[in-house]
Design a protein around this ligand. Sequence first.
Ligand code: 26W
Length: 817
Amino acid sequence: AWTKNEFSGFKNKDDFEREVVRHVETTLARSLYNCDQSAAYSASSLAFRDRLIKDWNKTQQRQTFADQKRIYYLSLEFLMGRALDNAMLNLGFKDVAKEGLAELGFQIEDIIGQEHDAALGNGGLGRLAACFLDSMATLNFSAWGYGLRYRYGIFKQEIIDGYQVEVPDYWLDFNPWEFPRHDVTVDIQFYGNVRKGENENGKTVSIWEGGETVTAVAYDVPTPGYDTPSTNNLRLWSSKAASGEFDFQKFNSGDYESSVADQQRAETISAVLYPNDNLDRGKELRVKQQYFWVAASLYDIVRRFKKSGRSWNEFPDQVAIQLNDTHPTLAIVELQRILVDVEGLEWDEAWSIFGYTNHTVLPEALEKWPVGLIEHLLPRHLQIIYDINLFFLQSVESQFPGDSDLLTRVSIIEESQPKMVRMAYLAVVGSHKVNGVAELHSDLIKTTIFKDFVTIFGEDKFTNVTNGVTPRRWLHQANPRLSELIASKVGGNEYLKDLTLLNKLELFVDDKEFRKEWAEIKYANKVRLAKYIKSTLNINVNPAALFDVQVKRIHEYKRQQLNIYGVIHRYLTLKAMGPEERKKQQPRVSIFGGKAAPGYWMAKQIIHLINNVGSVVNKDPDIGDLLKVIFLEDYNVSKAEMIIPASDLSEHISTAGTEASGTSNMKFVLNGGLIIGTCDGANIEITREIGQENIFLFGVLSEDVEDLRHAHASKEQHVIDPALTKVFEAIQGGMFGNPQDFNAMISAVRDHGDFYLVSDDFQSYIDTHSSVDEAYRNQEEWVSMCIRSVARMGFFSSDRCINEYAEGIWNIEPLAV
Ligand code: 26W
């Protein structure tokens, strides 16, 4: 057993204050009289950081000493959000900090609000990686995250005249949470050529030489667990020019400019996060990022392994590498290169080192690289890919003799013009387990994109790990009052480490006083969001109205267009009513937020329509508080922490079969909101857990999607839903600005086969919204539904997911503290 103070923390508020003052005066070199909120943030962070470092060092020592298997989580994205609040809560000293800051004349919320989000991710995949880091530390696993230290995270979104404008997110001005390790560097090679030659031991191997070298520098970020001294490491690589002789030569011969240009070219590799979500654009710089990061990480992993002095056959007992989507798939090839070319080992296929998590079935998101590009950039790796493919196809041929169609279908090399390397197939062939992220999704990958591979490798290679979220950030941190109320009923904060304890709440569903407190907290959270809307958009929204929220990346498959058409339908319906009838309607606020990929034109049109509808509806005197339409600018993790607790109803309305899991659906329910959603992703398991009487499901089922699409495609113009037709007529009549702007959106439904089935689902969508209105009118029953739902959400903790990965994929046990 450990005591908190032994490891980290503050004796009391005075202790904390002293540390803040010390940092203000020395580290920041400012006087206390000149300490503004920003300085108070910096000093508080440094004070907590000092504590974190101690735990972190001890954890790393303990892990080195124990010398057990480690998990390496490779992800191109880590969407961490803010660190200070999280550090205060995980270390357990937020109260002390609050009092201390108050004495210094600050409100803790203002100080927390000074921090710039660490936004090194696009959406679901990156945030999942961040939740996993929190769980791995909390559960005391020896785990490392490996990623890229982008100078620019996901862009900031501004809305100007209703359109999205992208602004660069330069976030590194002051970042107390990272530690540059200028002594931990790896030289990474690109281009060049391959010849046969002898290695140190006189063995004939392939030698990759020439080309250019870029240096990877490690930046370490401590990631603390909750209520444990375990603090794991997230290592992010930054690129810089290698200080080779080549540069000096140029420099000395007076070619200063081109030497600086080389430097900039090297730095470009880790300069910017690609802002595409679910779309592969096949850019050379992206594959350079991938190899740079993967090669540096593997070098680091192998270096650590070799330090233990073990022989290579123990490698799989010491190392588990999880591939977060196909982005790090080159790690499979790079490890093979290290083993065969550098270490001189024989080709060995049967190692259980890699696990591959698939996060999407959308064909446009599946990575493929032109063979010519890989050959040019990574000539030796292409040879190894060909070898892997050869061995694989030979084994398929011996298993299914004469089935040449099968060989063509499963080949890692697609015989197209130009030829392509199929990264998902490479990941499947090179991993011992492949998992989807929700039951439906894991079933779908087995019957669609990886069907043939199930035949070849058998069912057991394919598994499911339903996603989860960390209750520390997504309940305790985001919704402190609700977290406290829950703790008072379920036996304290233990439930934050064992979320199934939430089930004790069922006993209090009928407790009037408890329900009242519950409702008051929701209301207070809505008031806070209403104030934020007032201060940013100058729009008054009534906190007593039903808050209906859809916040996520803007994408046609996520169907924000269905939502806004539903809003327009509501508006038209209200307009057609007499004043008496109107008074009987449920007031609503429709809240949207999310970024569109900068090159995704249709998604940007959707944002534009939402804003135009808002500017008409919000100032219509006939409507008043009955309907408001809000688009919140620059949705990110810290805004999610404010928005999610304020929602009554949230929308998870993807075309069935397209959303792999969704994770915000879990966060919304955990915060006492209900869901309107399709039978897709984790919505299905949420329904199973909380009961179908507590969720508003609608729409076609995934097994019917293909037939419907075919039926639409076979018709010239397909007949669309009459209510939706009215919506289209209103848009085309110019009710929401220049109708031409929205031709493409309408025509996608009307003339291009309605791929996302907006028309098919429209009627059931608006009917289901009517049921929501009706249910909301009975507030007592509504609150009961919310409490029951929260009580049954224990399954969706990312702790449960990590335990499933540990047991079913990584074969690893936690390290006792
Ligand atoms: C190559 C471009 C690219 C970039 C990002 C392709 C694909 C991605 C991600 C895999 C997209 C993503 O974030 N997927 C989401 O992953 C979440 C975590 O598993 C799921 O909850 C979401 O349903 C899924 O869309």
